[in-house]
Design a protein around this ligand. Structure first.
Ligand code: AMP
Ligand code: ZN
Length: 492
């Protein structure tokens, strides 16, 4: 029997602000759309957190035997620097600064995005559409919105008429904003005279001669608005109405709010049944964001080649660290937090790897069925990974007790424990069995010892020995870096 039939999944729906029982539109099938990256720079670990939350959600839905179509787009045009339809296109700006083609920018950072996600053991989405590959669909929807009277054309641009829409609908239904408040809070920006009202947003923008990314349309040469891209790509592959739409919490307004408005204006239907918004990754108590430079590059975290952490962390340790908090909580990235996760992760791996040699007994001293149910209950409760991990460690405790002869499980119960552990750890959380790297803690210890010996050599002015330690470590791929806080190392 399919697992979804015996599990009642609840999802926190940002639209209602409540946990709701998940009922997909088509029995046994799930359609999920997640806003992908704007490929104008390297992804940072904050972006990765959002996509990782959806990777775990995707994995759990699959584990429940749903047939999932997971669409995650690539935004390769139309995302302007500023939410109020102002500023340059992010990709065009990068292309101008580097004097390369916009599509070279897109290619470079799409490849980077995929590399990072591969390194971190992500499952690829079912479809990864690009915005520029769906201009025809976007133009079609814009035409429908104009026809229905919710958009107007001015000087080759098309704007969504938020005030008109709000007469019969609720603009702000998702973000819980009121149009009056938006009106009171909007400053009239210069150069916005084309819009009837400052709250209106662009569906299509006229491109001037300088603009390098532009395409023909019924309204002249221009480029699409960022919000219409996701409306076109989501409904093309998932239908006019689909199950789940996700993204970081910062996309709720205006991006997702506008997606709802566009769909209702075009087709009279709210597009999404369950809205999932992930919370932000912080570092030093401040949101990780490219704009402030408070970022860490995932590959640098993996290699240890950064000035923020004391050492390198493996892909599974990073995944484990993230899974230890709920996707709806703010998570602060710290070296201490990662170190603690590393300890926990290896403890978990050690227990799992020792399961091969654990033997069964005549009776069970632990209720495995109840424990298994608790693991499912945790994930069924809005994908509560920290609670799941707490239960997995209950399993670790039992395994260790069996090894010490303080507990026993029947062959059937032992088998259930093994398959449940494997399913959740590898299939759902996406951790990898890093038994080989199980030695990484020991390697770290050895390098720390060498760093200490080198420090002593330097204190004794034994430069030959200190250089020998540094150089021979380089030869085996370990780089020492001397800094104010002492010596750190990275492993290539
Ligand atoms: P962008 O490429 O800027 O459109 O962002 C891609 C995704 O990363 C969006 O869903 C953002 O909400 C998400 N994101 C950006 N910064 C963070 C952060 N610090 N923590 C979690 N998610 C983030
Ligand atoms: Zn989007």
């Amino acid at each position: 029997m399919e697992r979804y039939k015996e599990n009642q999944l609840k999802i926190y729906n940002s639209l209602s602000g409540q946990k709701e029982i998940f009922n997909p539109i088509n029995n046994g099938h799930v359609g999920m759309y997640v806003c992908g990256p704007t490929v104008y720079s390297n992804v940072h670990l904050g972006n990765v957190r959002t996509f990782m939350s959806f990777d775990v959600i995707f994995r759990y839905l699959k584990h429940l035997d749903y047939k999932v179509r997971y669409v995650r787009n690539i935004t390769d045009a139309g995302h302007l620097e500023n939410d109020a339809d102002e500023g340059e296109d992010k990709i065009a700006k990068k292309a101008r600064l580097e004097q390369i083609e916009p599509m070279e920018v897109v290619q470079r950072y799409t490849v980077d995005f995929h590399n990072v996600l591969n390194n971190l053991n992500f499952l690829p989405p079912s479809i990864e559409p690009t915005a520029t590959g769906h201009l025809i669909e976007q133009i079609e929807i814009i035409k429908m919105i104009i026809e229905n009277g919710f958009a107007y054309e001015v000087n080759g641009s098309v704007y969504f008429d938020v005030h008109k829409y709000n007469e019969t609908n609720e603009y702000g239904i998702l973000s819980k904003r009121k149009l009056e408040d938006l009106i009171n809070n909007t400053r009239e920006l210069q150069g916005q005279s084309d819009k009837k009202n400052p709250q209106d947003f662009a569906l299509w923008k006229n491109a001037d001669a300088k603009h390098i990314m532009k395409w023909p349309s019924p309204w002249g040469v221009g480029f699409p608005g960022w919000h219409i891209e996701c409306t076109a790509m989501s409904t093309k592959y998932l239908g006019e109405q689909f199950d789940i739409h996700g993204g970081g919490i910062d996309l709720k307004f205006p991006h997702h709010e506008s997606e709802i408005a566009q769909n209702i204006a075009a087709r009279g239907i709210a597009p999404v049944n369950y809205w999932i918004h992930t919370n932000m990754l912080e570092m030093n108590g401040q949101r990780m964001a490219k704009s402030t430079g408070n970022i860490i590059n995932p590959n640098e975290l993996l290699s240890g080649d950064n000035d923020k952490m004391s050492k390198a962390y493996s892909p599974s340790v990073i995944r484990f660290f993230m899974a230890q908090s709920s996707y709806r909580s703010v998570l602060d990235l710290t070296d201490a937090g990662l170190l603690a996760s590393e300890k926990g992760f290896y403890k978990l791996m050690e227990a799992i790897n020792s399961l091969k040699s654990v033997s069964f007994g005549n009776s069970s001293t632990f209720d495995v069925k109840e424990w298994k149910q608790k693991c499912y209950n945790a994930m069924n409760d809005d994908f509560n990974t920290p609670i799941l991990i707490a239960h997995l460690f209950e399993g670790v405790k039992v395994i260790n007790q069996i090894k010490e002869g303080k507990a026993s499980l029947t062959s059937e119960d032992l088998e259930t424990l093994k398959t449940t552990m494997n399913s959740f750890v590898f299939d759902v959380l996406g951790l990898m069995n890093e038994a080989a790297q199980n030695n990484s803690e020991k390697i770290n210890g050895v390098v720390e010892l060498l760093i200490k010996l080198r420090k002593e050599a330097r204190e004794n002015k034994d430069w030959a020995l200190s250089d020998q330690i540094r150089d021979e470590l380089v030869e085996i791929g370990i780089q020492l870096k001397d800094g104010k806080e002492g010596t750190t190392f990275s492993i290539n």
